[in-house]
Design a binder for this molecule. Structure first.
Ligand code: CDP
Ligand code: CDP
Length: 223
């Protein structure tokens, strides 16, 4: 629909994209899609079947056969799966297989919502270049590693900060350097550095940007 609101949130690992996406979705009554979970589900299925995340044909077949239940797998959030997701996500056939689902979600959001928030790496650049607001959320590697480390400990998983930092930097570098839809801010993105911001302050800044960029048409309609 012409008045629909699409909010794109991109950025490196543990920048706070998902946290922000969920809060913006509630605030503006939008559907919400964590696109990383698609790549994580492909990777988790591949690993569970004994496959290799570098196997392009196997990755493409998994992506093409992905079901909604796959997104509910309990093993998606670990860093091992995150690493494998970064490997499968560099395969163009995998990205292609997941593109239509993401675009359909954005343009025909479920539950009769008036729009959608999607978070990932290439939402503003590739999946939804037509988004009314594009946020590139980032923070220093040390702060992001600290957040992810806390998160893992909170889930009762073993975690070593220095290891999380190292693995995360390697994953971000791979995501930024790949040829297929690399991690980078869209030309028209608003960059939000949350290194020194708590989640509430980051949310308020993002909310103001979305209101300014996406609601002007609705505001004009009322005049
Ligand atoms: O989705 P992404 O991997 O970018 O990050 P997330 O899953 O939203 O996790 C970010 C973690 O950092 C959560 O535990 C948040 O509570 C915390 N955090 C945040 O999201 N935003 C801040 N400005 C500060 C902390
Ligand atoms: O939560 P975190 O930021 O650690 O990772 P994620 O958003 O769940 O994404 C896992 C991996 O999937 C990333 O490292 C990317 O390689 C890939 N991904 C992607 O290529 N494109 C997206 N739109 C989302 C995720």
């Amino acid at each position: 629909p012409e008045n629909s609101i699409i909010v794109a949130i991109d950025g490196p690992a543990a920048a706070g994209k998902g946290t922000l996406a969920r809060r913006l979705a509630v605030e503006f009554d939008l559907a919400c899609l964590d696109t990383g979970s698609l790549y994580r589900a492909v990777a988790a299925k591949l690993l569970a079947s004994g496959g290799d995340p570098g196997d392009e044909a196997a990755g493409a077949a998994m992506a093409a056969g992905l079901t909604p239940e796959d997104l509910e797998r309990p093993d998606l959030r670990g860093e091992g799966v995150g690493e494998a997701a970064s490997q499968v996500s560099a395969i163009p056939a995998v990205r292609k297989a997941l593109l239509a689902f993401q675009r359909d979600f954005a343009h025909h959001p479920p539950d009769g919502k008036r729009g959608a928030v999607l978070d990932g790496r290439d939402i503003g650049t590739v999946v939804c270049p037509d988004a009314c607001a594009k946020l590139f959320v980032t923070a220093s590697p040390e702060e992001r590693a600290r957040r992810r480390h806390e998160e893992l400990l909170g889930r009762g998983e073993a975690s070593i900060y220095a290891r999380v930092l190292q693995d995360m930097q390697a994953r971000d570098a791979r995501d930024a350097r790949r040829d297929a839809a690399p991690l980078k801010p869209a030309d028209d993105a608003d960059v939000l550095d949350t290194s020194e911001l708590d989640a509430e302050t980051a949310f308020r800044k993002a909310r103001d940007i979305v209101a300014r960029k996406c609601l002007h048409r609705e505001a004009q309609d009322q005049h």
